[in-house]
Write a protein that binds this ligand. Structure first.
Ligand SMILES: NC(=O)c1ccc[n+]([C@@H]2O[C@H](COP(=O)([O-])OP(=O)(O)OC[C@H]3O[C@@H](n4cnc5c(N)ncnc54)[C@H](OP(=O)(O)O)[C@@H]3O)[C@@H](O)[C@H]2O)c1
Length: 284
C-alpha cells in the first residue's frame, strides 16, 4: 500500500508528539485522521487541527489502516485494555513509545504488522530525524517509510540502536536548545540585546548545519579549523571551551541519555509484559 492508498490513520494519544503528527498529516495529505486522548483539551486541540477526535481507541483502530501509538509507555497497558484484540488484526502499527520493545509489541498486538519508531519534536515542522525498526522489506515497510517521511528524514536501523537514537535525536532538540540559549546568553553578557543574540545564534546554527549536511566539509573539525585564525578570536573561545571540558561533557550527555533510555526500556518493558501475560492468563 502506498501513502496514496491510505484513507485513514489513527493517532492514539494526540499529545505533544501525537499532535505534531496530526498537524503534518493534515497539512500534507488528504488522509482522514482519528485522534484520541482522555482530556477534553486534548480532544479539542486535535479537532482544531482538523482531526476526528474521539475517546474511543477501539473505534479509531478499527476505522484506520495505519495506527500510531503515541501514549506514554506506562499508559500502554490501559490503552491495550481499551482496544479489542481482534481490532489490531491486519493493521500497520507504528509505536513511538520509548523503551517498549518490538517483541513486546508483537506479543501484545496480535495480527498487526508492528514497527517501532523514534522521531523527535521537530516533526511539528516536518524536520524530525526518525529512526525506525525493523525493515520487513514488504509493502507495509514501504508504507511506513513514506508515512514517516511526512515528518522529516527516516532511517531504518536495527532495534539495538534505538536507545542511543533516543538519547541523541529524540532528546536532541532539548540539548541543542540549551546550547543555543547558553551562546545567546554569552552574547548578552558581552553587551548585545537578547533578541538580536538569539536571532544570530539561530542563523549560525542553520548555516553551519547546511554547510555540513551538503558535504562542504567532511567533518565538523575541518569547518572549525577554517574559522580558526591563528591568534584570532575563535581560538581564544575554543581554549575556554576546552578548559571547561564542554566537548567531553556533551559526549557524556548523550551517553547518559542513551543509558537512561535503556534503563526505562528494561523497567517498563518488563512491567508491560507482566500485564500482557496476566491479561492472556485472565482471558484464557
Ligand atoms: N515528546 C517527544 O519529543 C517524543 C519524541 C519521541 C517519542 N516520544 C514518545 O511519544 C509518546 C508520547 O510522548 P509525548 O511527549 O507526546 O507525551 P504527552 O504529551 O503526554 O502525550 C501523550 C498523550 O497520550 C494521551 N493518552 C494517555 N492515555 C491514553 C489513552 N488510554 N487513550 C488515549 N489517549 C491517551 C494523553 O491524553 P490526555 O492529555 O488527554 O491525558 C496525552 O495527550 C511517549 O511514549 C514518548 O516516549 C515523545
Amino acid at each position: 500500500m502506498t501513502l496514496e492508498g491510505l484513507s485513514s490513520v489513527a493517532i492514539l494519544g494526540a499529545g505533544k508528539i501525537g499532535g505534531a503528527f496530526v498537524r503534518q498529516i493534515l497539512q500534507k495529505t488528504g488522509i482522514r485522521v482519528y485522534a484520541t486522548g482522555r482530556r477534553v483539551e486534548t480532544l479539542r486541540g486535535a479537532e482544531s487541527l482538523g482531526a476526528v477526535a474521539t475517546r474511543d481507541n477501539d473505534e479509531a483502530v478499527r476505522r484506520s489502516e495505519l495506527v500510531v501509538i503515541a501514549v506514554k509507555p506506562y499508559h500502554f497497558p490501559q490503552l491495550l485494555s481499551e482496544v479489542k484484540q481482534e481490532s489490531w488484526k491486519g493493521k500497520i502499527v507504528v509505536s513511538l513509545m520509548a523503551g517498549v520493545k518490538l517483541a513486546t509489541l508483537r506479543a501484545a498486538l496480535h495480527g498487526a504488522k508492528v514497527f517501532r519508531a523514534m522521531p523527535n519534536l521537530n516533526a511539528y515542522v516536518g524536520k524530525s530525524s526518525t529512526a525506525v525498526s525493523e525493515n520487513l522489506y514488504d509493502d507495509a515497510s514501504r508504507t511506513v517509510e513514506e508515512f514517516l517521511g511526512l515528518f522529516g528524514q527516516v532511517y531504518w536501523v536495527p532495534e539495538e540502536y534505538l536507545d542511543v537514537w533516543t538519547g541523541l535525536a529524540g532528546s536532541g532538540p532539548a540539548f541543542i536548545a540549551e546550547v543555543l540559549d547558553a551562546l545567546a546568553m554569552g552574547a548578552v553578557a558581552a553587551g548585545m540585546p537578547r533578541e538580536l543574540s538569539y536571532k544570530a545564534v539561530l542563523d549560525v546554527l542553520e548555516g553551519t548545519a547546511i554547510l555540513l549536511k551538503n558535504g562542504f566539509y567532511q567533518h565538523p573539525a575541518m569547518l572549525r579549523d577554517d574559522v580558526t585564525t591563528p591568534a584570532g578570536t575563535t581560538i581564544r573561545g575554543l581554549m575556554v571551551l576546552e578548559s571547561g571540558g564542554v566537548k567531553a561533557t556533551l559526549m557524556k550527555v548523550i551517553e547518559a541519555a542513551a543509558r537512561r533510555s535503556r534503563e526505562i526500556g528494561n523497567e517498563i518493558d518488563s512491567r508491560i509484559r507482566e500485564k500482557i501475560n496476566s491479561r492472556i492468563g485472565h482471558t484464557a
